[in-house]
Design a protein. Structure first.
Length: 390
């Protein structure tokens, strides 16, 4: 296990009936807020009114910035920055899933600088201060409610980049599983896939062979994500299932899983971001199309880690008679079949992305590979992986 620092400044308030806490939690950071939210669901469900009422009761003046889309775009971030400056807001409140929270983070950082916010994502500028951020989570998926990362798509350059900074942690996040009862089946599945992918990235790219504590945590989170997703799809109002999926997705990318692993990477996310940027596919759907192909490519070079996942999560009689490559193949098949069972695409074909586009996707991915310092991923290797995702 490698040396590490584990520090999460986010206060989490978890459980039924916790939405009313957003007012006093936000008032502790300022009296004028920008309320960032999505297109329709939070207003249609009445959640936005509940949040606004709590904020007003706590003495917080509210200015709205709605219309955040899945795969949030830079132009809308810039509009939010303009509003934040115009109304001299002191705190940002995000009501939604990872897309809404990520845009809120970008606004919190971008509204305090003179340069364009996109420079943070390209690595040309560093974040040195942010407006405080509080959140009300409505989708179990990205983990943005308890981490220091954000992802935005530049629709002009067709680049989807992510960046992180300790100052981007939300100050308080409200996690009420009942708010996810109305999440449709497809986005419930995509959220679970996103959580699984976050854990798989760390599990597979760690180069330290002796991390038993983290391994057991990560294996348990993958198992919980799959089982909880199945429960939620069978009964959307299963509180236990929704609670398990919500907390699993939060823990999958809040720094706990990566602690002690040393240098890790996000190659599957790096490739998927190009799918979202070029084709605007839902992030989780793009990930489930990439995961089997990337795992196949990885297992051809180093099957032991994928085989270990099979031994822990998918045991079967006479397992020890199988080679590591056979065990790895079995794990990949089981994951691919699970994607099929929850109706999340398991190939590029299921996303209607033609094979002829593979070189274009690889070229697009290279920009993020450079920013994320994934130097081993050349255009040729990315094309090889994408060919395995067909």
């Amino acid at each position: 296990m490698q040396n590490f620092v584990f520090h999460i400044p986010t206060k989490v308030i978890f459980g039924r009936g916790t939405v009313s806490s957003i007012g006093p939690e936000t008032a502790a950071w300022g009296s004028r807020c920008l309320l960032v939210h999505g297109r329709a669901s939070s207003r249609r469900s009445g959640l936005l009114d509940r949040v606004s009422a709590s904020l007003s009761d706590a003495g917080v003046e509210v200015f709205e910035h709605g219309g955040v889309r899945s795969n949030p775009v830079l132009s809308h971030v810039r509009e939010g920055i303009t509003l934040a400056r115009q109304h001299r807001v002191e705190v940002i409140v995000a009501v939604g899933g990872g897309s809404v929270i990520d845009e809120a983070k970008a606004i919190s950082a971008g509204s305090l600088v003179e340069h364009d916010v996109w420079k943070f994502f390209t690595g040309r500028r560093s974040i040195r201060k942010t407006l405080p951020l509080t959140t009300v989570l409505t989708l179990a998926a990205a983990g943005s409610e308890m981490n220091s990362g954000m992802v935005i798509t530049n629709e002009e350059t067709r680049e989807k980049f992510g960046t992180g900074n300790q100052l981007l942690y939300p100050r308080t996040s409200i996690l009420d599983p009942e708010l996810t009862f109305t999440v449709p089946p497809d986005y419930t599945a995509y959220g679970a896939v996103d959580a699984v992918a976050h854990v798989l990235e760390f599990y597979m790219t760690s180069r330290d062979p002796d991390t038993p504590v983290q391994d057991r945590i990560m294996e348990g989170l993958i198992e919980n994500a799959m089982e909880a997703c199945d429960r939620c799809l069978a009964d959307p109002c299963d509180y236990g299932g929704r609670a398990a999926l919500m907390w699993t997705a939060t823990l999958a990318l809040n720094g706990l899983t990566a602690a002690g692993l040393g240098r890790v990477g996000f190659p599957m996310h790096m490739i998927e971001h190009s799918l979202s940027a070029l084709y605007d596919v839902p992030h989780g759907a793009g990930l489930s199309a990439i995961i089997p192909g990337w795992l196949t490519w990885h297992s051809r070079r180093a099957p032991a880690r994928v085989a270990g996942l099979c031994r822990r999560l998918f045991p079967f009689p006479d397992m020890e008679r199988c080679s590591e490559r056979e065990l790895a193949a079995r794990a990949i098949t089981i994951l691919r079949n699970w994607f099929g069972r929850i109706n999340s695409p398991a190939s590029l074909q299921e996303l209607d992305i033609p094979a002829a586009d593979i070189p274009k996707i690889a070229r697009n991915a290279m920009a993020l590979a450079r920013v994320w310092r994934l130097g081993e991923y050349t255009p040729g290797i990315i094309e090889e992986i994408l060919a395995l995702c067909r």
